[in-house]
Ligand binder design. Structure first.
Ligand SMILES: [Mg+2]
Length: 221
């Protein structure tokens, strides 16, 4: 009887072990979110932004020292979200999700804080008579709140805030942003630097040099 019990226990054990068959699957979303928070909370995210912005700063200093702007007005272009202003607290609150509507509502609170190394570069550019333009994927309807937020965060006296309007309201970010940089070039600006957190901020030329900041939190085509 005891042997029989032992045998049946062993059999049950073998069965349960052999039942642990795992599907080959991508990394679980919960772990990805944990990693994303760690990337931010450990300071790595800030460090990566700072080191990229230091390179951008060195390039800008060099261009200003050279003083060669090809007979044009020197300018730089900055993206807003996750480049000049941070939405990180809202992203965490929405658990890295949320509808477009919810994300827009958060933007429209106008309380996003400056990304410090970008603000430093902004101030340096302004102090050296370099025009600074913001080209953002935010909509024209968000102009007032975005202006207020930029000012509150320290981005004062910029040279232009360009938002999505008209035919560009629904165009891919890259198409819209290239067209806006072309407009600046047509107005006689030499865009020394273009900085964004998405490849779609930077593709397509009309800038002497581009720098991409890290953003593992969302993707804008
Ligand atoms: Mg952005």
């Amino acid at each position: 009887m005891r042997l029989k019990t032992l045998a049946s226990l062993l059999l049950a054990g073998t069965l349960s072990a052999s039942m642990l068959v795992y599907a080959k699957e991508p990394v679980n979303l919960a772990f990805i979110k944990k990693d994303l928070k760690h990337y931010h909370d450990s300071g790595e995210y800030d460090h990566d932004i700072s080191s990229m912005m230091q390179q951008a700063m060195r390039y800008l200093e060099m261009r200003i020292d050279q003083g060669k702007f090809h007979g044009k007005k020197p300018a730089i272009v900055l993206d807003i979200d996750e480049t000049s202003l941070s939405n990180y607290p809202d992203m965490v609150r929405l658990d890295f999700g949320g509808t477009l509507e919810e994300i827009r509502q958060d933007e429209d609170k106008g309380e996003d804080e400056a990304i410090a190394p970008t603000l430093k570069l902004y101030r340096y550019a302004k102090a050296n008579q370099i025009a600074v333009f913001f080209i953002t994927g935010r909509q024209e309807e968000e102009r007032e709140v975005t202006e207020k937020n930029l000012k509150k965060a320290g981005y004062v006296n910029h040279d232009g805030l360009i938002l999505r309007a008209g035919e560009y309201k629904k165009a891919p970010a890259s198409v819209y942003k290239i067209a806006m940089r072309k407009q600046l070039a047509d107005q006689g600006y030499d865009i020394l630097l273009n900085i964004g957190d998405q490849k779609s901020d930077l593709r397509g030329g009309y800038a002497d040099k581009t720098y991409k900041l890290p953003n593992p939190y969302y993707h804008i085509p």
